[in-house]
Design a binder for this molecule. Sequence first.
Ligand code: HEC
Ligand code: HEC
Length: 334
Amino acid sequence: MITRMACWGAALFTCVAWSLLGPFAATAQETAKVWTVPEVGALPDNEFGRLVRRGRDLITATYAHIGPEVPAVAHRYAGNNLACGNCHLEAGTKKFGLALFGLYAEYPRYNARSGEEITIAGRINGCMMRSMNGQALPLDAPQMQAIVAYIKFLSTGVPPGQELPGLGAGKMPELTRAAEPARGEPVYARACATCHGSDGAGVRRSIPSVDLGYVMPPLWGRDSFNDGAGMARLITAANFVHFNMPHGTDYLNPQLTAEEAWDVAAFMISQPRSHKAGLEHDYPDLLQKPVDTPYGPYAEGFSEQQHKYGPFAPIRAALSKLRANAPARTGAPR
Ligand code: HEC
Ligand code: HEC
């Protein structure tokens, strides 16, 4: 897969080479362009600018606009008081903090979970029904249009087919053993509980009439993501935690060892949370089911327990054997 980083490297090299060519070379200003996340604040105060700003507000303060406690009952699409931005950090602009930049042109794309091609709105609704434990936003709802406009804006100037570095939650080495909630518990007590609470319920803001969200979002329990969410899968959760938590950490400077991150994520996903009905219909092509999906059915004979906590290498090996005998498909999940 070509990463944008490689392209930047090439572009900068070309630029330097050209500048040695003298007067015929383009000016440094023209060539040494580096893509950065576009600045919402710089948008004009026109209809488009307002739509994008509204989309950003919906990401950073989801609970205040479409949360389960907003006064307008018809707007209660989300089932919890999280914000999209609690996971899509820095309003979707943080590398390996489940970034939302540069992906607009990747959609519509095949989605293994639903077994069909989905649009960006369809993907947003995946998070609405799982991470936000709520209902899908209608495609023509103004809130949906604003979120899509914001995500599209975050892809300004990114040509189709180019993947920026920093999407997803990162990828640290896996353990050869199963991750263990019991080993993660003391890590949680030491490194997470001060913010997220020893009961995982987080800390709400003190002025609920003004702002319904959390200062520290809950990690489990009824106001958190449900058991069908990406964050309920160990590989996603462990990498997210490794590269982003404790809050303020980034991928250049992880605070936990990989082992601690695997075990503390195992502890987090072992805790009770809302159940999403119908999970058995996810990944209609079982050969495409991510190895860390914590619910069956599965194409191979491994237990739900091993899918939930690993080790994943044996599952992966069994799956590639099965895949070798099955017709190829494209669009594996990131
Ligand atoms: C509890 C954490 C969490 C919350 C809250 C959340 N998401 Fe997500 N989101 C994820 C994870 C994890 C993934 C990647 C899932 C995977 O690996 O399959 C994701 C993926 C996405 C993607 C696809 C990204 C890509 O790389 O293609 C979009 C778009 C998205 N979310 C939008 C939203 C929006 C909009 C909201 C709020 C309405 C939201 N998410 C709330 C965790 C969350
Ligand atoms: C200094 C406070 C702090 C510490 C310590 C901390 N977090 Fe967080 N965490 C946050 C905040 C704040 C957010 C929301 C980020 C945002 O909205 O920008 C968050 C978000 C999260 C999320 C995604 C949102 C959700 O509710 O699911 C997960 C998962 C998470 N933290 C796990 C952990 C784990 C595991 C640890 C311990 C290794 C940890 N955090 C340590 C403050 C903290």
